[in-house]
Design a protein around this ligand. Structure first.
Ligand code: AMP
Length: 154
């Protein structure tokens, strides 16, 4: 159970904790690895969510996953970049939470995942919560905690 003061400080910000789906770089499971590599390279993130045709979260993709996926016994087969699909090399180890989930679940999952995918009640992708955004708030909490406890005690 998270203390109400802590929850208020972490959630009460002008900026939204969730990065809207429209601002999140994603690839489709049916895209080629070459396409995914180009997207990863242009956005500069180490990994990004993979969506299925309907817009549900299917997994996550990263450059190391793509490179492992096109490797034969000992060497890379670059031709496979344009042949293999993201679905064949992606990882399904991605945290997917309901967009109305509790702060407790967010904190718990961000320990092991650098970003969390938020979905609506139909399971459709809505956006992500990143460690950075949450840590910015923890930083704020660490500096402003005394001010809030004073406010709550009055
Ligand atoms: P951060 O905490 O900002 O470093 O973000 C954690 C991770 O979330 C990044 O390494 C990316 O994998 C992912 N991420 C953050 N922002 C975006 C975005 N706009 N589009 C896609 N993935 C993102």
């Amino acid at each position: 159970m998270i203390s109400q003061i802590i929850e208020d400080i972490l959630l009460d910000h002008e900026e939204n904790l969730i990065i809207d789906g429209h601002k999140v770089a994603t690839v489709r499971a049916e895209n080629t690895c070459l396409h995914a590599l180009m997207i990863l390279n242009s956005v500069g993130y180490s990994s990004i969510p993979v969506l299925d045709r309907e817009g549900r979260v299917a997994g996550q993709i990263s450059t190391p996953l793509i490179f492992s996926g096109i490797k034969d016994e000992l060497q890379y087969n670059w031709d496979k970049l344009a042949e293999r699909r993201v679905s064949e090399v992606m990882s399904t180890n991605v945290a997917v939470l309901d967009e109305n989930c509790a702060l407790e679940d967010i904190l718990h999952n961000l320990v092991n995942h650098s970003f969390l995918c938020l979905v609506d009640s139909g399971g459709f992708f809505r956006g992500i919560i990143t460690r950075r955004e949450l840590l910015k708030r923890v930083n704020y909490l660490a500096h402003e905690f005394d001010r809030y406890t004073e406010m709550y005690s009055n």
